[in-house]
Write a protein that binds this ligand. Structure first.
Ligand code: HEC
Length: 475
């Protein structure tokens, strides 16, 4: 199981410093197995080449703003020979074998040159639409151009985000380019909401339950949020912003504003009515993955790859202070009802509790919660239980008051990514990397229902069919 999630996290950790524009932090950082045009090459071109090779500037007759332009070449003809880096003029110019060495100014790092070499060697293929503009174009347009590529893997898309509607009647699952709405009582598929740019990273029902926000976007291109009317499933609006995809979304308690956190190191506060950002919160040194708005509306907490949790005054758009303690990326945050306690989990496998107010905050406790990266958490609506999920295949329930473990539901399929309590706090929905989506009873950890069963499993049912009570992996 480490393979999938290990790969996912490798990709995550790799993408972070790339997006941050900084040199990789750890010398041991693995070189990616496959080079993505969109993510790796696209990033390098955006940051190191577009200044002189945009569609307008076109130095040497070469535009690098899209895949098609790159392949078309410049004044001396084609600059890429697929599968043959040595024979490609572009590669010769990057290494200095041909002159003038590119980029003019400072040469690329050995790592970035190797990325070009590997990408050309593997056939120089595009994994986004050949005419999709690289770079921060998404900021200006209202809609992200969705490249036409099909999911290649013969497996279910991961359940990367989950939300349970405030009235308890809908479980929303964020998948690859679509959101599925299930009736948790019967397992019936109610609706499929499509048209998203890429993976859905965050799903949040508005406080009144009438709107479902689904956030994501395209890596190295921009963030996207689609707002769906509930229960009729109509698209209300699409908001775009950020220079990279959005990892987390949070409504303000009155539902009039929302906040987003992105790979681009920024937290943005938006006005829902206009769908436009109103404040940029800049202070994280790296990608931001976690976000929570306090129920009283006075505090906004964010956490990210710089291992820091920042507490902000969302009205003033000012950082109040930073909470340090996590030894690795902070992946999820949540406030308690009183807004004076903050819970966090992260790649350092810990579940931490902090007391916070407007002037300062401090860590109350840290528990090594899992045997692997703790990917997400959710506090039961009654405040009496907190659930964490991990790449170690377990979901754990905790007493938030003292950090004591209540129950472990272990040996679940593959790594777990998303978790959401039912509004009556009796049940917990858990989504996995392998596409599994199950509902567990909080009181004993038994499986109540499987909403999506991965195909490998013997006796698998199709999603949306009412499931017979499955024999559970619970213990
Ligand atoms: C500061 C400006 C600048 C930057 C940045 C820059 N280039 Fe260039 N590039 C040029 C100029 C000027 C030429 C034309 C040089 C000549 O003809 O002597 C050129 C030519 C080229 C050519 C040859 C085109 C042809 O058909 O002959 C390639 C390939 C190229 N650049 C790739 C890149 C790549 C890849 C990057 C980023 C990693 C990059 N360049 C960054 C200015 C730049």
């Amino acid at each position: 199981m480490r393979t999938h999630i290990g790969f996912l996290l490798a990709a995550l950790m790799l993408a972070a410093p790339l997006s941050a524009g900084a040199a990789p932090k750890k010398a041991s950082q693995p070189f990616p197995k496959t080079i993505s045009f969109q993510k790796h090459i696209g990033w390098i071109i955006t940051h190191r080449c577009l200044a002189c090779h945009s569609a307008e500037a076109k130095k040497g007759g070469l535009a690098l703003d899209t895949y098609n332009h790159l392949l078309a070449g410049g004044k001396s003809g084609k600059v890429i020979v697929p599968c043959k880096p040595e024979a490609s003029r572009l590669y010769q110019l990057l290494t200095g074998k041909a002159q003038p060495r590119m980029p003019l100014g400072e040469p690329l790092s050995a790592r970035h040159i190797k990325m070009f070499a590997q990408w050309i060697k593997a056939g120089a293929k595009a994994d986004i639409g050949p005419d999709v503009a690289l770079g921060g174009k998404a900021e200006a347009s209202t809609e992200i151009k969705v490249p036409k590529i099909k999911l290649q893997v013969p497996m279910l898309p991961e359940v990367s985000a989950l939300a349970w509607s405030p009235d308890g009647k809908i479980v929303a699952a964020g998948l690859y380019r679509e959101v599925k709405l299930f009736d948790p009582a019967t397992g019936k598929l109610l609706a499929t909401l499509g048209g998203h740019a890429d993976k859905i990273h965050s799903l949040k029902f508005s406080p009144d339950g009438k709107i479902l926000a689904a956030a994501g976007g395209l890596p190295a291109v921009g963030g996207e949020i689609k707002f769906w009317s509930i229960p009729d499933g109509k698209l209300l609006k699409t908001a775009t912003g950020h220079k990279d995809y959005i990892f987390t979304f949070a409504w303000s308690p009155d539902g009039k504003q929302f906040a987003t956190a992105s790979y681009d190191k920024l937290v943005k506060i938006w006005d829902y009515a206009t769908g436009k950002p109103i404040k940029d919160l800049k202070d994280h040194a790296d990608s931001v993955y976690a976000l929570a708005w306090s129920p009283d509306g006075n505090l906004l907490a964010s956490g990210g790859a710089d291992r820091a949790i920042k507490v902000w005054d969302p009205k003033a758009g000012k950082r109040l202070y930073t909470l340090n303690g996590h030894g690795d990326t902070v992946l999820a945050l949540e406030f308690n009802k009183a807004s004076n306690t903050l819970y966090s989990v992260g790649a350092d496998k810990t579940f931490r509790t902090w007391t916070v107010n407007k002037s300062n905050g401090k860590q109350v406790r840290s528990v090594t919660a899992h045997g692997g990266v703790a990917t997400s958490l959710d506090l039961a609506k009654n405040g009496n239980m907190l659930a964490t999920v991990s790449e170690d295949r377990s979901m754990k329930l905790w007493n938030p008051a003292n950090g004591g473990g209540i129950r472990t539901v272990g040996n679940l399929s593959d790594g777990l990514l998303s978790v959401a309590f039912s509004p009556d706090s009796q049940e917990v929905a858990v989504g996995g990397f392998d596409g599994a989506l199950r509902i567990f009873k909080a009181a004993d950890g038994s499986v109540v229902r499987e909403l999506i069963t991965p195909p490998e499993k013997p006796g698998a049912k199709k999603e949306g069919e009412p499931a017979a009570k499955p024999k559970a992996a619970a213990k």
